[in-house]
Design a protein around this ligand. Structure first.
Ligand code: MG
Ligand code: MG
Length: 315
């Protein structure tokens, strides 16, 4: 059987079943944003995420510096999603033999800027030749309390700390390869090419969050993980979903359905979490509620619609 007949999520399930874990120091193994390891009472978070040429980035269309920045951000996002901060990383490179040195040097300048911004170090790595550019990071973080996807309770509210849908619009704009972009289009492209994770959210999450995840595959797809792993239903309030003005302009200009972007656009690298308190913080949006049941629903006035939980599949 070929991998594309199995699909990404089924493949992961099959592979995970081949590697059972029998180690009491592994607090959480497969199935969350990070694994959590208890090292003499300290909780470490392990995560890895890859950037592959023509899958995650297009060399000809993106600044190499931003490709390096994004490699770091996507991993930091998973650590924050488990309530932690990043500490140490290792990097693996797959590089074509005929690649210009200046390209990978620029990527590293972006990596260095991101490491300085988030405050941690890369401590080692390795290189191999390959047909496409592959950048893979293994990141270790630390946390006082592990925030998982499975702890949403009936009655919790769902919060997010930013807009969704921008990165997908940014990618579409990038692929148009226009000679001139309007300013609002440049900002949307930046959301895709240079996502920035807000680590200042960590203390609020540690104090208040129950279930937590980062939005990488799309709001509904990622809330789908919380819903499934917590065995709860999530109801989103349509009028509470934050609408970004640049995204609004984009959807008007190109005749797109903005809620398709807000609900299903991926690569936002913001955090969604559940919490039983009323939170009044800047840039924190209460967008839904956790109830008894299954699946993700959208409530508009009195009408409730069941949403299809679909996200990006790599295979
Ligand atoms: Mg994640
Ligand atoms: Mg990830």
């Amino acid at each position: 059987m070929k991998l594309n007949q199995i699909g990404e999520f089924k493949l992961i399930e099959k592979l995970v079943s081949l590697l059972p874990i029998d180690d009491k120091d592994v607090v959480v193994g497969f199935g969350d944003d990070c694994a959590c390891i208890n090292v003499n009472g300290k909780l470490l978070l392990f995560t890895n995420d890859i950037q592959v040429e023509n899958r995650h980035f297009i060399k000809e269309l993106q600044k190499p510096e931003n490709i390096g920045w994004k490699l770091i951000s996507v991993n930091v996002s998973d650590v924050l999603a488990c309530g932690g901060i990043p500490r140490w990383a290792q990097i693996s490179l797959g590089l074509p033999k005929n690649l210009e040195y200046s390209f990978i040097e620029e990527v590293y300048i972006g990596i260095k800027k991101a490491l300085d911004y988030y405050g941690f170090y890369i401590t080692g790595g390795n290189v191999s030749s390959s047909n496409e550019i592959i950048l893979d990071l293994f990141l270790v973080g630390e946390t006082e309390k592990f925030l998982s996807r499975k702890d949403a309770q009936e009655g919790d509210y769902i919060y997010i700390n930013g807009f969704t849908g921008l990165a997908r619009a940014g990618l579409e704009l990038l692929l148009m390869e226009k000679k001139e972009y309007e300013d609002f289009e440049k900002e949307l492209i930046q959301a895709f090419t240079k996502p920035t994770v807000d680590l200042s959210l960590k203390s609020l999450l540690q104090k208040n969050a129950k279930a937590c995840i980062d939005i990488s595959d799309g709001l509904v797809a990622d809330l789908g993980h919380i819903s499934k792993q917590s065995d709860k239903k999530i109801v989103l309030f349509k009028e509470k979903l934050p609408v970004n003005t640049n995204l609004k302009k984009y959807c008007e200009k190109y005749s797109k359905d903005i809620y398709d972007y807000i609900l299903y656009g991926g690569e936002d690298y913001i955090i969604a979490f559940s919490c039983d308190k009323e939170l009044k913080h800047k840039n924190i949006y209460k967008i839904g509620k956790v109830e008894q049941g299954k699946g993700i629903y959208l409530k508009e006035d009195k009408k409730i619609t069941k949403l299809k939980v679909k996200g990006f599949e790599h295979l």
